[in-house]
Write a new protein. Structure first.
Lengths: 420, 146
């Protein structure tokens, strides 16, 4: 055997031996791991996602579950805190409401007590009045009964005694309205003066009340007709402000009132005004349509327009020498709308306007309202034609002329008259 | 010639002069008589609680509001250092306004300002005193005697 052949044989032998060894190793390996291998047959879709996707999904679900649990716990805690705070706020609000109500109740009780005290005072005064009047009646009756009748003129007139005088009786509450009737005099009785004692002298008395004989006989115990009173900083006042539902007489406050007119002319417009006026209004503000009356009287010569020359010409045209007043007499308030909450009234004042002695029907939309000082503020305006009142329309050289229609306006403040 | 010229100038002046006079129509919102400026002045001013030093003196009302305003035209107080006062109120009457005059006591304690034993809501600012009660409020200005 030559050398190359021998090498080939060796290599073949080694190759066969290596193949057998590799096969044996493979069989041994298969034998050792065969119990640990599980074969699963799945479709293509499952194979494409793989087991790791499911695991991720499971993890995600578990994370969400955990978050939800945490959120539920936080929400529960927050709701608990909110409920606590709401309870506290409601308690505070209730406390404040109770305090307010208590304060109001205390105020009402205080007012009630004052009212009761005032009523008691009035009752006592009325009782005293009744007793005094009864005494006086008895005294007069006794005196007439005891004296033989001596008629005036039948005897010596110069010896006639002084009349029976009745002293003033005062009531405690009528500080403002003085209700006075003639003093009781009896010249027919020829007896010494019979004087009854002064009675019911109350500390707040202001005005004397002297009942007439008729009052003594018919209504001996008639109470004084005064509005209910209350106290304001220790002063006596009426218990209420202006009563919207009662018929009330208002009087113009000239110092706070103004009336005027707006006129147009070819070259310039101007206004004439004055505060020299007086007037009144009587109505029920809640329902002026039920009846309204009143008047405004303006001093015509006091109207000023801002130019002396023009004022002089105006007085000539108004003939203030012979007709010194411009007057409006109110007859009704039509189309009235009254708002008792805002204390305001709208309507149309209807009446008669008198200028330069000539009267015509005149209407003027007006607004009335009570201001915070309980004054009635009355504002309105209407138009009138000067020729209707025989007032010459100013005209200069036929070039500068005034419009014959002027706008008349009022801006009044009025005060309710007390002690009706 | 000169006379004719003068007449023409006078005529022209008469025609033109009125045109120089401005319009003086009073606006609708300005027709009413304005109230005392002081009433407007006090709006929005700072107030403070009254002290015993701030009260003594003579005070006269310049504004009364509420139901009391329907009865009272004016109020004046003379508060003394010793806690006494004299007051006068001018009340509207059927014909003429009438005065009511009274005397009493005042104090400042833990209830605040107390008038004749009754607490009264009160506040002050320089020269102005305000009392408030259920029937209304009154604003008084300190006055100097002459």
């Amino acid at each position: 055997m030559n050398r190359p052949t021998m090498i080939r044989s060796i290599l073949v032998t080694l190759g066969v031996f290596a193949l057998i060894a590799w096969t044996a190793i493979g069989a041994a390996a298969w034998w050792s791991v065969q119990s640990k291998i599980h074969v699963t047959i799945a479709d293509d879709d499952a194979n494409s996602h793989g087991v790791s996707e499911i695991a991720l999904l499971r993890d995600t679900v578990q994370t969400i579950h955990g978050d939800l649990a945490s959120l539920r716990a936080d929400l529960g805690k927050s709701f608990g805190e909110l409920a606590t705070q709401l309870d506290g706020a409601a308690e505070d609000r209730s406390t404040r409401t109770v305090a307010t109500l208590e304060a109001r109740l205390a105020g009402l009780e205080s007012r009630l007590q004052r009212t009761e005290a005032a009523l008691q005072s009035q009752r006592e005064a009325a009782e005293q009045q009744r007793a005094a009047l009864t005494d006086r009646l008895q005294t007069i009756a006794q005196s007439i009964k005891n004296r033989p009748a001596v008629l005036p003129g039948a005897g010596n007139d110069s010896a006639a005694p002084p009349p029976v005088t009745v002293p003033a009786i005062t009531t405690p509450e009528d500080a403002s309205p003085a209700v006075t009737s003639p003093a009781v005099t009896s010249p027919a009785v020829t007896s010494p003066a019979v004087t009854s004692p002064a009675v019911a002298q109350a500390p707040e008395a202001a005005a004397p009340l002297e009942p007439s004989p008729e009052e003594i006989q018919s209504t001996p115990a008639a109470p004084t007709k005064t509005p209910a009173k209350t106290r304001f900083l220790s002063f006596s006042i009426a218990s209420s402000g202006v009563d919207f539902g009662a018929k009330t007489r208002f009087v113009v406050l000239p110092a706070l009132s103004r009336v005027g007119f707006d006129a147009k002319s070819t070259l310039h417009d101007f206004t004439g005004v004055t505060s020299k006026l007086e007037g009144n209004l009587e109505t029920t503000l809640e329902n002026p349509a039920a009846g309204a009356s009143g008047a405004i009287s303006v001093d015509a010569s006091s109207l000023v327009t801002g130019l002396d020359g023009r004022d002089e010409a105006m007085r000539e045209h108004l003939d203030t020498t012979h007709h010194d007043k411009i007057e409006f007499r109110l007859e009704s308030i039509a189309d009235a709308v009254s708002d008792t909450e805002t204390k305001a009234v709208r309507g149309t004042a209807k009446g008669t306007m008198t200028i330069r002695g000539k009267s015509n029907a005149f209407t003027m939309p007006i607004e009335m309202k009570l201001d915070d000082a309980q004054r009635l503020v009355v504002e309105g305006q209407g138009s009138l034609d000067l020729p209707d009142y025989e007032v010459p329309v100013p005209n200069k050289l036929g070039l500068i002329s005034m419009n014959k229609t002027v706008k008349v306006w009022i801006a009044l403040r009025m005060r309710a008259q007390r002690g009706e | 010639m000169a006379a004719s010229r003068r007449v023409r100038i006078a005529l022209l002046t008469a025609l033109v002069a009125p045109g120089c006079i401005p319009s003086n129509v009073v606006a609708k919102e300005n027709r009413a008589v304005e109230l005392d400026d002081f009433e407007i002045e006090i709006e929005g001013k700072p107030w403070s609680a009254p002290t015993a030093d701030a009260i003594p003196g003579v005070w006269r009302s310049f504004r009364i509001t509420g139901d009391a305003a329907a009865s009272l035209a004016e109020i004046a107080y003379s508060f003394g250092q010793a806690g006494t006062y004299s007051g006068a109120a001018l009340s509207f009457g059927a014909e003429l306004p009438t005065f009511e005059v009274l005397q009493g006591t005042w104090a400042i304690d833990d209830r605040g300002f107390v008038l004749d034993g009754e607490p009264v809501a009160c506040r002050v600012r320089e020269g102005v005193l305000e009392f408030e009660a259920p029937a209304g409020a009154v604003y008084l200005r300190r006055i100097a005697l002459r």
